[in-house]
Design a protein around this ligand. Structure first.
Ligand SMILES: NC(=O)c1ccc[n+]([C@@H]2O[C@H](COP(=O)([O-])OP(=O)(O)OC[C@H]3O[C@@H](n4cnc5c(N)ncnc54)[C@H](O)[C@@H]3O)[C@@H](O)[C@H]2O)c1
Length: 350
């Protein structure tokens, strides 16, 4: 099996996490970084100086290379959909940072383009790869929680005005949007991964440009109904000094769990569930990262989740199957995001 040859587009904060993951996958013989592109070519040059490959000054230059099999999108979120279309039309597989885009129409255009081109399209939702989250998912899928009746997601983080000023795309409706789209999108993904898709947003109140000089929301509360009838609450802000670890809790008639960051803070089932397995891996499940650093520092990522996420994408291409975080799976978060924005009448729905 030949290593999958990657080009990374966008050499900012998150790109190094991908550089690191690809370096480890190269050691496993699975993948190789061959090029990196940024409109600020100096950034691409310093990126390849650290992680290897050839520097390009644009996506188009990178797509023209025959030695690139797959493109990782690390650009501002509102460019992801359109760039995925371009990459697909050039015959490249696409791995997109979260979210697949801010606006659902752009995601659907990209899914259609990738399907038409016959390329693999996956997303990054690295928190799905933590041992704690996977255990909760297995338990729910095995029916150990009974009927899910309530699922709640909270992302209460801190981002200063300086953070928003660090890129002209940050906090803008077209390129980024606000806390639900950027920081909180992991929770919109995980709560639906665990409790099933949201069918209806019952209420949503979002405060836009509140206490930060940005276009989009810094604070919001939504209530939802899942397809199975369960209810849920979603609470998000980037104004909580100095930020709590994000929290998801799921309540069922025979079991419940609470994830705090990547840490399993609570897990109870009426019937024993994977007790032997739990005994073998207690430190892994219990010592998961609480995500406390991430609550106030956007660059504080362990990289483990990304490694698992990128590895699965590479194996999916090799094995000609859908990745665990397929575009269809990652679409759910953007769909819920747009349902919330629509209910709150903000952004494109104002
Ligand atoms: N998975 C995670 O937990 C995680 C964490 C951080 C960021 N992200 C995502 O990664 C993406 C980038 O975030 P960031 O914090 O690294 O942003 P950033 O501003 O630090 O970097 C973005 C880079 O893209 C470049 N760029 C902009 N337009 C371009 C274009 N047309 N062509 C090529 N390059 C272009 C910019 O010059 C910049 O270097 C966002 O979508 C964000 O949501 C994900």
């Amino acid at each position: 099996m030949e290593p999958l040859r990657f080009g990374i587009v966008g050499c900012g904060v998150i790109s190094g996490t991908h550089g690191q993951a690809l370096r480890k996958l190269e050691a496993e013989g699975l993948a190789r970084l061959v090029a990196a592109a940024d409109v600020d070519k100096g950034r691409a040059e310093s990126f390849v100086g650290q992680w290897g490959g050839v520097a390009c000054g644009s996506l188009e230059e990178l797509l023209a290379r025959d030695d690139v099999d797959a493109v990782t999108l690390c650009t501002p979120s509102g460019l992801h959909g359109q760039m995925a279309v371009q990459a697909a039309q050039a015959g490249k597989h696409v791995l997109s940072e979260k979210p697949l885009d801010v606006w659902i129409e752009n995601v659907d255009s990209a899914i259609a383009a990738c399907r038409e081109a016959g390329v693999t399209y996956g997303g990054i939702f690295q928190e799905r790869f933590s041992p704690a989250a996977r255990k909760v998912k297995r338990a729910i899928d095995a029916g150990a929680f009974g009927q899910i009746v309530l699922a709640c997601a909270e992302t209460k983080w801190y981002r200063s005005q300086g953070y928003y000023d660090s890129g002209d795309w940050r906090g803008t409706w077209m390129q980024d949007a606000g806390v639900f789209s950027n920081q909180g999108i992991h929770s919109l993904d995980k709560v639906q991964w665990l409790a099933g898709p949201v069918e209806e947003v019952l209420s949503a109140t979002l405060k836009v440009g509140f206490l930060r000089s940005i276009e989009a929301e810094t604070l919001g509360v939504a209530t939802v109904r899942f397809a199975n009838g369960a209810l849920g609450t979603i609470t998000m802000t980037t104004l909580s000094y100095e930020g709590f670890p994000e929290r998801i809790d799921v309540s069922g008639t025979t079991g419940s769990a609470m994830l705090v960051g990547d840490h399993l803070a609570h897990f109870h089932t009426r019937e024993p569930f994977e007790e032997d397995a739990a005994a073998q891996e207690p430190s892994e499940a219990e010592s998961g990262d609480t995500g406390a650093a991430k609550a106030s520092d956007p660059a504080a990522l362990s990289g483990d989740g990304h490694l698992g996420n990128v590895r699965d994408f590479v194996l999916a291409v090799h094995e000609k199957r859908q990745p665990l975080v397929s575009a269809q799976e990652a679409r759910h978060a953007v769909n819920l995001l747009n349902m919330i924005y629509q209910k709150a009448q903000v952004g494109l729905y104002a």
